[in-house]
Design a protein around this ligand. Structure first.
Ligand code: GLN
Length: 400
């Protein structure tokens, strides 16, 4: 049997074509001259399998889709608190190139619009790193997310830099307000270079799934950032990734995402999947028209909306075996242990009257235990023991 996923992606490609709706970005010749009819889509699973359809070999610059990853590197290198002092996490509802700063703090509102992204760029690496060193950390970091060595498109970089008047104005404003330190031109150069890395839809899907996978790239198995950093980035992508269309995007598509003017959109659904789409015609917000359509379709067909409720907790206790002769009771648990499922387990354990019998928790079928569930289960075991029970644990994979 052949898996139906590639056939499905081909179908999507045809269904989401919008003819000649939308406009190519035209502020530099390199973006204005791409073939407007190119289309590619990729899905990367949590175990690192990538499916693609369309012009999967098409290379385009990462542009604003670099922003979440550079934010991740800044969080990794300086810590969440230090980064928050310089860039907020509030959706601005503004276009990507809006010159907006919070009135009270002078901080950019979030790291997904240019003014915030220029700031986070300066926070990558050591505080005393020079431009070359920072660029090296950026190259290494983006490449670790993609699982291969990414390279800058020098022609795009040169073109962008020659026309980066607005970004330069922002960097100067940030410098004047004391939000960035060092040379504002250096910050713009670095930011512009970060936007000019060449990628494919496969790269986008792998980069996205690394965030969806708690910071571990499932293809290379490298931990790129901590789970805490990955969560922070996904949260900000959710509220700010699609600029002034973020609310509409979250309600219809519901996948934390980021778009770029080159026509790419990447999406990361925590614990499930990484997605990348490329099609260069843009709508008024600067998002790929076919890219948006494709995400809408994938979300609907595959039920990928973040706010879909999955009921995994109902069967947390798979069975209870009670040996009348020995008085031994075995509670076999299954599935992922979260607050919700562990609470359910404890409610079952609370029904056991105080006494001297043996109670064993069998975790051999439990797939994961998060910190909250671990605390709850351990507390349950110590309460059973305080009630006079002998408490046993079968945990062959060491989940607890
Ligand atoms: N390089 C572009 C810029 O800074 C990226 C913008 C984008 O992709 N939205 O203007």
């Amino acid at each position: 049997m052949k898996t139906p996923v590639p056939d499905y992606l081909l179908e999507i490609r045809d269904a989401c074509s919008v003819g000649d709706d939308g406009e190519l970005a035209d502020y530099i010749p390199e973006l204005a001259s791409v073939d407007p009819n190119r289309f590619a889509v990729a899905i990367c699973t949590m175990d690192g399998v990538v499916y693609t359809a369309g012009d999967a070999g098409a290379r385009f610059t990462i542009q604003s889709m670099s922003k979440p990853f550079i934010y991740a590197l800044a969080l990794r290198d300086r810590g969440i608190k230090a980064v928050l002092e310089k860039v907020g996490v509030e959706p601005s509802g503004d276009a990507f190139n809006e010159i907006s700063l919070e009135p009270e703090t002078g901080r950019p509102e979030n790291p997904m619009i240019n003014i915030g992204a220029i700031t986070t760029h300066t926070l990558v690496g050591d505080p005393d790193a020079d431009e070359i060193e920072r660029d090296r950390v950026v190259a290494e970091g983006l490449s670790a997310f993609a699982g291969r060595d990414l390279e800058v498109d020098i022609t795009v970089f040169d073109s962008e830099l020659r026309t980066a008047f607005r970004n330069r104005a922002m960097a100067n404003l940030l410098r004047a307000g004391g939000i960035i330190e060092g040379d504002p031109d250096e910050a713009v150069r670095g930011y512009t270079r970060q936007c000019a890395y060449n990628v494919t839809v496969r790269d986008l899907a792998v980069m996205a799934v690394t965030l969806a996978n708690g910071g571990i790239n499932p293809v290379t198995r490298e931990r790129v950032v901590s789970a805490e950093v990955a969560r922070q980035v996904l949260a900000v992508m959710t509220t700010c990734g699609m600029y002034d269309a973020a609310g509409d995007w979250m309600s219809t598509v519901g996948i934390p995402a980021k778009s770029g003017v080159s026509g790419g959109i990447l999406g990361a659904l925590p614990g499930q999947v990484g997605l990348g789409v490329f099609s260069p015609r843009l709508d008024g917000h600067g998002h790929s028209v076919e890219g948006v359509r494709t995400f809408e379709r994938l979300s609907r067909d595959l039920e990928l909306h973040l706010m879909n409720t999955t009921f995994t907790d109902v069967e947390a206790v798979r069975s209870v075996r009670h040996d009348e002769r020995t008085g031994r009771q075995v509670y076999r648990l299954q599935g992922p242990m979260t607050f919700a499922s562990a609470e359910l387990v404890l409610r079952r354990l609370a029904e056991i009257p105080a006494g001297s019998g043996e109670v064993t928790l069998d975790l051999s079928r439990v797939s994961s235990v998060n910190t909250s569930a671990r605390r709850i289960l351990v507390e349950g075991m110590s309460r059973l023991s305080a009630d006079g029970h002998v408490v046993g644990l079968a945990d062959p994979s060491g989940r607890l």
